[in-house]
Design a protein around this ligand. Sequence first.
Ligand code: SF4
Ligand code: SF4
Length: 162
Amino acid sequence: MSDKASEAENEEMQTKREKLVDLIKKIAIKKPEKVIAVPEGLRGFGQVTALQSICIGCHKCEEVCKLGAPLIENKFDLPSLFEDNITKDIKSENRRLLIDFIKKIAVKKPEEAISLPSPLRGFGSLCVAIKKCITCGDCEETCPEKVIEIKPIFDLSLVFQE
Ligand code: SF4
Ligand code: SF4
């Protein structure tokens, strides 16, 4: 989609998205918990999701995004390692062995992500600003680990995180 949309069109779409998010915040009586499906064909909406356990913190998604939406946080999402079948999507044998090892030595499932010592190459967690992302797909195409997937959903609770 980035090939078809000009920079001005992308910026216009981002402005619309920002206005919508602000409007939802204004009219909501309480924090919404719903995840709603985005109607087919509606451009500019949807959500970037990422399999955090496989992110190698390369920052390529940050670099490719023209709208400044992604941020690689200096943390390692330990709870995500304990999701079902997590290792089946991992390309790196080394990463798979590390995750298997962490799961083996864990006494219980961790509840929080941990901060990483800085600089530590090869790890990170993708966080995408819901106000700024227009789901153009550039980061999804660029990610070398195929960590990113754009889903036709809109998690209303995230509106209140920013
Ligand atoms: S889909 Fe990715 S590249 Fe496109 S606006 Fe969202 S974060 Fe940026
Ligand atoms: S999400 Fe993909 S492109 Fe972004 S830092 Fe992680 S591995 Fe790199």
